[in-house]
Ligand binder design. Structure first.
Ligand code: ATP
Ligand code: MG
Length: 349
């Protein structure tokens, strides 16, 4: 797990009372925002069953096992089963990955109050009504216990609320923290703002005006950066005559533009560029279709890990566009702010 900020999270004091955590449990990565500005990310990678690897040195261990509802999951550096299945958000695999992320954040044995998210179209119907049973399923899912195998104490989620993912980034943008004080930025709240969240499986857009969501301009498209990996896998299978391309190899290919096969490195920059370009064109077309030219919007705010990966391609889509600070964490930060400053008090629930 990569720590973006290493400020102390106040873990000792959290042992006395529950710690508040924003959990953006995406299809590609699970991002955590903790009080004190700590941000952590872990890949959403798991498989059912044991990993069948014995670690010679436990400090080098990169796969961890968790049991929930009678099923064992291996989480971490596994050649993972895809998280891209309908119902992942409410699955045991999702619970195991979230427990792993919380453990990696050093929260072993601590009670946690959490806010997580659902894509906007999973949260709302087109009419604007909430999909209450999906939201309730997701809320219940993370409340179910997950036991780490071995000596580690579980992290227990004692309170959980669910909000639309891209809306979380809007909360992050309008609630500004300075010197430990949170204020609502009145200017940001009073103008129409679009958020575009480019994720792994989903790209979400949400338009907020007068503190209301404009459903005609908001929604989710079922594509994101995992489509780049899929397209790349097909291109590599064809070029190198491979039956199966491991996820690990694809991650390296996207990052470093090379693959290592039979001990030799091959340049795959052209395959990576083609796969990215296909996605960029689809994203541009869909966001322009949804938001028009953005003329009535004060800001088009880009967030999500996909914004980091495609930053060079999103330079002039809208004249009023802005890439959020550390865009991959905007949702998780907004979820934490929602929990700290907006949500009704957990003790009142
Ligand atoms: N720091 C980074 N640098 C480069 N690429 C990144 C970075 N962080 C994430 N990405 C890429 O962005 C993609 C999407 O990441 P993100 O964390 O937003 O997805 P997600 O939230 O898990 O997916 P979804 O929102 O669909 O559930 C990842 O698959 C990865 O390829
Ligand atoms: Mg996401």
């Amino acid at each position: 797990m990569e720590a973006v900020s290493t400020e102390p999270a106040g873990i000792e004091s959290a042992k006395a009372k529950a710690m508040k955590v924003g959990i953006d449990d995406g299809y590609a990565h699970t991002k955590l925002a903790l009080p004190g500005g700590r941000l952590l990310v872990t890949p959403s990678r798991a498989q059912i069953g044991r990993s069948k690897i014995s670690w010679l040195n436990q400090t080098e261990r990169r796969i961890f096992e968790y049991e929930t509802d009678g099923t064992l999951y291996s989480v971490g550096d596994v050649d993972a089963a895809s998280t891209r299945f309908e119902g992942f958000a409410c699955s045991g695999m999702n619970r195991a990955i979230v427990q792993h992320a919380l453990q990696q954040a050093g929260l072993e044995g601590i009670d946690v109050e959490a806010v997580s998210g659902l894509p906007i179209s999973a949260f709302y119907r087109g009419s604007g009504d909430q999909r209450s049973s999906t939201i309730a399923d997701k809320q219940q899912n993370l409340l179910q216990p997950v036991l780490p195998k071995g000596d580690a104490q579980p992290v227990e989620i004692v309170f959980h609320r669910v909000i639309p993912e891209a809306l979380a980034a809007w909360y992050d943008y309008v609630i500004v923290e300075k010197d430990g004080e949170a204020t609502l930025d009145q200017r940001r709240v009073s103008v129409p703002i679009a958020v575009v969240d480019i994720g792994g499986r989903t790209t979400d857009t949400v338009v907020v005006r007068d503190q209301g969501i404009l459903h005609d301009s908001s929604g989710s498209f079922e594509f994101g950066l995992l489509d780049v990996k899929q397209a790349l896998a097909e291109a590599l299978q064809a070029r190198f005559d491979l039956e199966h391309v491991a996820d690990r190899l694809l991650v390296r290919a996207v990052k470093q533009q090379t693959v290592r096969l039979y001990g030799s490195d091959y340049d795959v920059s052209s395959e990576v560029a083609t796969a990215k370009q296909e996605l960029v064109e689809r994203l541009y077309t869909e966001t322009r279709r949804q938001l028009g030219s953005g003329i009535e919007l004060d800001r088009v705010l880009f967030v999500g890990g996909g914004t980091v990966a495609l930053a060079h391609h999103i330079t002039d889509w809208f004249p009023n566009q802005l890439i959020a600070e550390q865009p991959a964490f905007a949702n998780a930060r907004g979820m934490l702010k929602y929990l700290q400053f907006v949500c009704e008090k957990p003790d009142a629930s």
